[in-house]
Design a protein around this ligand. Sequence first.
Ligand code: EPZ
Length: 421
Amino acid sequence: MAMDKILVHGGATLQGSVRISGSKNSALPILAAALLTREPCIIHHVPDLSDINYMLQILSQLGAEVERASGTVTIKAENIKTHAPYDIVRKMRASVCVLGPLLGREKEATVALPGGCVIGDRPIDLHLKGFEALGAKVRVVGGDVKVFAAELRGTSISLRGKYGSTVLGTDNVMMAAVLAEGTTVIEAAAAEPEVVDLANFLNAMGARIEGAGTRRIIIEGVSELHGAEHEVIPDRIEAGTFLVAGAICGQGVTLRNVKPSHLESITERLKMAGFHLENTEKTITIKPNGGAKPLELTTEPYPGFPTDMQAQMCALLATSPGISTVTENIFPQRFMHLSEMKRMGADIKIEGSTAIIQGVEKLSAAPVMASDLRASAALVLAGLKAEGVTEINRVYHIDRGYEHIDEKLAELGARIERVKV
Ligand code: EPZ
């Protein structure tokens, strides 16, 4: 499994419809939030991904009972431990989002400190600053970060960082503050739909959160939360990735089970790039519209264009006529996919955190290596239009965040196969 390859035979035309899965980045903190109550929580639409498996393993190690039946996960965290050890935490940075609920419920948590990752140095200073503002102490001992408090008290906290807001930081502080004494106000909060989804779940558990989806979130602490049932929102990044596939080589591709309002920054850019898009309440269709055009694109916190769609968009722009520029504002080092695309014949220069992409007529297939999950997806997309067979190695990156991407693309007509190694 771990060393599987994906082979993409370029030149196929995509057509038809594909069902979008539940959001990975929503599901991860929502599963962690189930630690906040002794009662069972039932979460639907949980995607079948290795990152989700890691989170469920962490929850089991912390003492929760976890059951999974296809897309539905039931978690009962009656008696829990407060230490998540390194061997499992190191596999996934999002493990840090157990800190907030453990601190909230048990008033202490110890989690191995996440290291750097391929998209750059990824600190958690803002998470810790938020916990400290609530009255917790923070210690780093033996590679673990320990947060503890006699009691948590509501206060006003700004989570503004050098690169804007923080998604998991906002989640973490929100999960600790729901059980704090008094009212917490988070300023410069992340407004991503995944933060709103978590707030909705917490409110279903009895929390009192207002303003999620805006820059200011207000949390009135309660003394206890109860079990709840929740359906995770559709994955807007998976959806965006299939839209780009439809742009690169589609003749009418429809996404089912999406929330079009979550994808506006993506659909707007695709319109500017020369495509025709149509929405219904739960679907989006993309069709060609007289030829692709270059774009100027900058990644920003929501509702701006997401960093998690930057690599995929580069795959499209690599063969759009004219010169495009793509500026990465959230993770300035997140450009590893570009050197692989260059090996496929793309004409790309990097200046600081901006990629300058001169569209070429075609890419040519090559064996390529993926560095993170969005980069891997982008290489699959590049392969759809490349001449020859593109071999994508280290497919485990894709399996972290895309549910059966090869099967879904094949349903749309792509010639793609997974080779088990
Ligand atoms: C979430 O990561 C997502 N992960 C990422 O998805 C996504 O790229 C990112 O948000 C940005 O949208 C999950 O939801 C599990 P941040 P997160 O804190 O919350 C800096 C994917 O491909 N920062 O919003 O960890 C940070 O370095 C991925 O699915 C601090 O400086 O990202 C970055 O420059 C990978 N201090 C910026 O803020 C902190 O304490 C935004 O990061 C925290 C973050």
